[in-house]
Design a protein around this ligand. Sequence first.
Ligand SMILES: [Zn+2]
Length: 173
Amino acid sequence: MEDKLIAYILPVSGMKDGTHHFDFKVDKSFFSSFPDTYIQDAAVDVHLVFDKRTAMYVLDFEFEGDIRTTCDRCTEEMWLDIKSEEQLLVKFSDTPSKDAEVVHVPLGIESFSVAQYIYEFICLAIPMTKTHDDIDKDCPEAIWKYLAPEEEAIEKEEKSNPFKDAFKDLNIK
Ligand SMILES: [Zn+2]
């Protein structure tokens, strides 16, 4: 584990049963620990309520802040607001979990790192299409003019119903 992520390792064996609160400021150095990321910079406040129970840990995360990424429309760098809440359940087992929201760890672990989960949850909070809010105002004018017809096509595509389209394909055959 890189030094930058040490703050995200919780000393679970030393914690009493009950709720514990943690605050993290996720920034550029955090994301630089994940080499494949498309997030270039960040200023995200993460609040974690960690409920240590006998049979499991319940982790409730709140995310609020900005991440720096590129606009899918004009390819310029931009700040994007994100806000989300996520829950993670940690249960004790030696077999891997089949449920995406449940993590299995061996009973009696001393520490638990939340870095990977914070990273994944922030990525989940980013919309599929990341663009400047207002095409007329925020994307550079030369670029939006050029891209405008394509934008309309994308919007039409998004409005179409995938099930209807599937039936259309069947009719053709
Ligand atoms: Zn843009």
